[in-house]
Design a protein around this ligand. Sequence first.
Ligand code: 1DF
Ligand code: MN
Length: 346
Amino acid sequence: MTMSDRAYKRIATEEAFCPPEMFDIYRRIIANNEIDDPGFVSQWRYFLESDSERSVFVREALCDLGDKRIADMDAAGIDMAIIALTSAGIQPMPGEEAVEFAAYSNDRLAAAIKQHPTRFAGLTAVAPQDPTKAALEIERGHGMGLKGVIIHSHTQNKHMDDPSYYPIFEACQALDTPLYIHPNTPVKGMAEPLMERGLDGSIFGFAVETSAHVLKLIISGVFDEFPNLRVVVGHCGEAIPFWLYRLDHMHNAMVKANRYEGVKPLKKKISDYVRENLWITTSGMAWAPAIEFCQRVLGMDRVLYAMDYPYQYVPAEVGYTEAVNISPEEMKMLFQTNAERVFGLT
Ligand code: 1DF
Ligand code: MN
């Protein structure tokens, strides 16, 4: 099917790339045991060293910001991709190297977008290792036409529910640019038990890690401090929509009991922040019942299509997603207009 057969564009909102030099940096970090992050080591040993069909495809596709990627988009009927530096991004690197590599990677992405402005848009990668410099890079990326910011959950086992990260949220809010919180393998203590049964990665551990991170941000009061901060979360919101009722019930009980130092009253219910500050994408979850549930509980304007190229490049999944039982107008919101609005594409 070509675009002219459809009444809407298909915009895929969680698509990954990687400058090839990052592979060498990851190899060094793993070889020298530079960080204590077993999930990262396991995941990238596999993608860097395995000669399985999947890892060979991922390695090649990640590094392409040109014809191969566009051919794969055409084969799947994707009109536009919002591209971001792959997980785990610059976050496993030492601070200074991370700041430098973020800028290098953002320049590469911006140049590719300039060559293919109707097919590609992109997000700014930042190094949470240095929140002040990250805020500057967010401004620089915005100035280069990038449409949001990406952070891959934890940075060397640290989550962002600490006021030292506020400059990042402040910059996103001030520029009204969305922050995509993409998965990373879980923090060390969470990853190890999951790894015993292969659950640390995108099969499940990604969602455990990332949903916990997002909930910690909400409960820490980040959205009371930054009420206009817009956060995007993939994989059908990492299952958070399914938990809303119980999250509200138990959070309310916890606050009343004053049981935890780090759990203070919030201005609103957890579900309110999810409905007002979060947008979710369908990356990796090409399953109509799950997508319909999210649309029902968050609203039609909150759910955006994503593919998760090259990690989940299954062209038939576009059709599985289009099996959702919604009106043609709502289909256009899911595939096109929600993304245009959230990322300011037009
Ligand atoms: C995987 C999936 C790895 C995604 C990723 O980054 C990643 C995977 C290393 O399946 O191992 O970003 N993903 O977003 O689906
Ligand atoms: Mn992804």
